[in-house]
Design a binder for this molecule. Structure first.
Ligand code: HOC
Length: 378
């Protein structure tokens, strides 16, 4: 296959290289997947203004997210089980992001651990935290993120209970996982993936196994995970985590104006307008459709980021135009990783950078700081 030209082509390649159960894990949304789809399609409904005869010679995409310099306003989102798209996936993606000058966010539910990622990077990465019911474990994770010199904590608020993803249930990707001969076959038909996976020892949740109380193998891990998301998580807990962490804090999973107002009062550094990639509340609005209202309500009080549905540089530009200071890509980098390992993550970032740069120029803008609602057509 020729070198992929856009994220859609990277996705097609990943589908051919990654065993179905793991490709589907990345590619799934909750229930009917309506919100998952809306995250993407609502971007298509936003139209840009084409401008001409503007000097476009010197252009810059560089900006900051929570005051930290980024080469473009795109971070890699925290994604669970990334090391199952490709062996050592989190380490490879972190290296690609570092070389590109954009933040990498390691998920609590990653395969490679905080220490694994720290061992192959030279600049700070961000760490995403789920507040588990075992608060000693949460404290342990925060201490490890501090020891690894993570430069931001991304606290996820929209997963107090796990949404239902039909593809995962059909694929047996549940707690505990149900392995059948079908899975062996799915893996056997992906020999390159298997070869890489055989070379690494990292095939389980690296932040959890050996760190959480009584979690030593797959079966103890499954039962632990199933009961650990905290249905009683509260704004008081957010304040406690902020205190415990003591560094830059980003609150992820805000999709409602009232919640955005509460989040702004916490003193966090940023919020991420997000519906967890359509993986939690099916029927919720898309992230991009909620962005303008949230910006209007709290944009003068807190920095606003957006995640969900970004598949191109045009989407990044639209989110920035509607008030986001930064955006996150999850699936686009996972497709790159599944398709071509570290080179694929780099390619996903290159594709988005090129699209963003050309789109910005054709909208008559030369610097990312010049992008505002003016580039959106009525
Ligand atoms: C079995 C554990 O962010 C996702 C992740 C977190 C889920 C943990 C599942 O898939 O949305």
């Amino acid at each position: 296959m020729a070198k992929p030209l856009d994220i859609r082509e990277l996705k097609a390649l990943a589908k051919r290289r990654v065993p179905k159960m793991f490709f589907d894990y990345a590619d799934s949304g909750a229930w009917t997947e309506g919100t998952y789809r809306a995250n993407e399609t609502d971007f298509h409904d936003i139209k840009l203004r084409q401008r001409v005869l503007v000097d476009m010679t010197r252009r810059s995409l560089a900006t900051t997210m929570i005051g930290q310099p980024v080469s473009m306003p795109v971070a890699l989102a925290p994604t669970g089980l990334t090391g199952m798209q490709h062996a050592d996936g989190e380490m490879l993606a972190a290296q690609a992001a570092e070389a590109f000058g954009v933040p990498f966010t390691l998920s609590t539910m990653s395969i490679c651990s905080i220490e694994d990622v720290a061992s192959v990077t030279t600049k700070p990465f961000w760490f995403q935290l789920y507040v588990m019911r075992d608060r000693d474990f949460v404290k342990n994770l925060i201490d490890r993120a501090k020891a690894a010199k993570c430069s931001a904590l991304v606290l996820t608020l929209d997963l107090q209970i796990l949404g239902q993803r039909h593809k995962d249930l059909r694929n047996g990707l549940s707690a505990p996982p149900k392995f059948t001969p079908k899975h062996i076959w799915q893996m056997a038909t992906r020999p390159l993936w298997c070869l890489e996976m055989l070379k690494t020892q990292r095939r389980s949740f690296g932040n959890i196994v050996g760190h959480a109380k009584n979690v030593s193998d797959l079966s103890s891990l499954s039962s632990w995970t199933a009961e650990q998301f905290d249905p009683q998580l509260s704004w008081e807990n957010v304040a406690e985590i902020k205190e415990m962490w003591g560094g830059p804090l980003i609150l992820k999973g805000i999709l409602d104006v009232e919640d955005a107002k509460m989040a702004a009062r916490t003193g966090a550094d940023a919020i991420i307008v997000s519906n967890h990639g359509g993986r939690q509340l099916d029927g919720a609005r898309s992230s991009i459709s909620m962005l303008p209202r949230i910006v209007d309500a709290v944009g003068d009080q807190i920095e606003i980021h957006l995640d969900g549905g970004i598949r191109s540089g045009q989407d990044v530009l639209k989110a920035i135009a509607l008030g986001a200071k930064g955006t996150y890509i999850g699936r686009p980098f996972l497709y790159g990783l599944g398709a071509m390992g570290k080179d694929g993550v780099t390619l996903a970032l290159e594709i988005i950078r090129k699209e963003l740069d050309i789109t910005m120029a054709l909208c008559g803008k030369r610097d990312i700081s010049d992008i505002d609602r003016d580039v959106i057509s009525d």
